[in-house]
Design a protein around this ligand. Structure first.
Ligand code: G6P
Ligand code: MG
Length: 219
């Protein structure tokens, strides 16, 4: 029986995936690296430094920067990202997500957060959702990022639940892979082709309801 939900944040609860993408796009432009939607999608769910490495590699500049310079570039991106996050309000919660979270709580499901973002607490605060997630996996504690299962394994452990008692909710292919590898049920939100590995896919957050999930679980 499902007893808990382990949530991704960016692109699931709020549209910060767009803000992350814009901030990386800006950095890529400043380095004369050609941006593409495909690159933007591949970065979803990927940690800050891993994202930077992927962008530099895509631009053929993997070996052009020292570690100190890379730290500086990542900080630059993060400063731009935080400026956008600071403008956020509860109006930035994606359609239906507040009702979904309320319904889960009302039905006794436990919730934890499995976001790779070190900015997740700030985002939750801006959305006034911190109370919903007393259990947040600390991304600084991870040895491996998504698609490694570690973050979703920890998300279930924080709830004292077995992976098979948990549903993971993701917008990224790397995240769906992590949920599956952790042995949890995967709910993907977004493009069905991109998220084909998920146990179920919804095209948008408004369609993600407890009733819709239960209907697909029974199938
Ligand atoms: C999430 C986002 C990624 C982001 C990562 C790290 O997984 O989907 O786009 O790179 O978090 O975020 P941070 O806020 O720590 O740079
Ligand atoms: Mg995401």
């Amino acid at each position: 029986d499902i007893k808990g939900f382990v949530f991704d944040l960016d692109g699931v609860i709020t549209d910060t995936s767009i803000l992350h993408g814009n901030a990386w796009h800006q950095l890529a432009d400043s380095l004369d690296i050609t941006w593409s939607t495909k690159l933007g999608n591949a970065l979803k769910g990927i940690s800050r430094m891993d994202s930077l490495e992927m962008i530099l590699k895509a631009g053929g500049k993997a070996n052009d920067f020292s570690d100190a310079e890379k730290e500086k570039l990542a900080t630059q991106k993060n400063t731009n990202y935080i400026a956008e996050v600071n403008k956020m309000t509860p109006a930035n919660i994606l359609p239906g997500m507040k009702d979904f979270l309320d319904g889960l709580r009302a039905n006794g499901y436990q919730l934890s957060l499995a976001s790779a973002s070190k900015n997740a607490p700030r985002v939750l605060d801006k959305l006034e959702l911190a109370d919903y997630f007393p259990k947040v996996v600390d991304p600084a504690s991870l040895t491996h990022g998504k698609p490694d299962p570690e973050i979703y394994t920890k998300g279930a452990a924080l709830l004292n639940l077995k992976p098979e008692q948990c549903i993971g909710v993701e917008d990224a292919a790397a995240g769906v892979a992590a949920i599956n590898a952790a042995g949890e049920t995967s709910v993907g939100i977004g493009d069905a082709t991109e998220l084909a590995a998920a146990d179920m896919v919804f095209s948008n957050t408004a369609a993600v309801t407890l009733a819709n999930i239960k209907a697909k679980l029974d199938n």
